[in-house]
Design a protein around this ligand. Sequence first.
Ligand SMILES: Nc1ncnc2c1ncn2[C@@H]1O[C@H](COP(=O)(O)OP(=O)(O)OP(=O)(O)O)[C@@H](O)[C@H]1O
Ligand SMILES: [Mg+2]
Length: 271
Amino acid sequence: MLTEVTATRYVTPLREGGSLPGLVEADDLLPYVMKFTGAGQGRKTLVAEVICGQLARRLGFRVPELVALDLDPVIGLGEPDPEVQGLLKGSGGTNLGMRFLPRALGFDPLAYAVDPVQAGRVVWFDALVNNVDRSWRNPNMLVRDGGLWLIDHGASMIWHHNWRGAAAWATKPYDATDHALARFEPDVAAAAAELAPRVTEELIAEAAADVPDVWLADEPGFDTPDAVRRAYVETLLERATGIHERIELPKAAPRATARTSGWIMYEGAGR
Ligand SMILES: Nc1ncnc2c1ncn2[C@@H]1O[C@H](COP(=O)(O)OP(=O)(O)OP(=O)(O)O)[C@@H](O)[C@H]1O
Ligand SMILES: [Mg+2]
């Protein structure tokens, strides 16, 4: 289960996010990036955030802490922006919170180099969950103190929009040609050797157990939230086996290689 906190103050919208996430303060006095159940993308985006975020953390990636963030829509009444007010009013109850990382910069593949092993791990993980939202246009990674953090897994696991076709996704390829880390010669074979054996039924089930029941209730074709959780586990487990052989990387010569991760220093910089 995720830790449960309650939003006490809406601070500001994060306008760079397509779903209009908001920065809020909660009753534990900590700042969170809040993703709303009432956003156009719907609650499945939040389910994907939890399963993928919790799984990634268990595999050793840095992911800001996720919490179940309770919202009293009354908070929205004083909000001057009608779009924000509508979002708050339509999102009463359990929403998703991600610990806000202060001092973090958005990852930029031209400014920050990633070594092939780390790049391979991220690309392999994104292939597993079929994350289509980690491109060089929209990297959805943050850098703080030299470490790479993964955020925003809402556009993963597309198969949960049509469960009847989910089984076919076990063998579908992953197009990584536009991936933000494609230019760093990602070593996906090494990543698969390390990570695939760790993606067990138990590990995925632990991540799925963290999804609040209310986001899984009334899913067509399933009797209980646990039945939906099992469907996530089965699809991801199947996909883990051979996904690295189906990752499509750019054919052209790689544009950048890096032995170690870190900021790229440009000639003349700092003078
Ligand atoms: N935990 C965090 N700490 C600091 N900044 C964050 C955090 N989460 C998100 N942000 C900032 O807010 C932006 C929007 O967040 P996010 O990408 O999760 O939203 P989204 O609506 O799903 O975005 P997208 O447009 O990619 O679909 C990020 O690009 C980042 O700049
Ligand atoms: Mg984003």
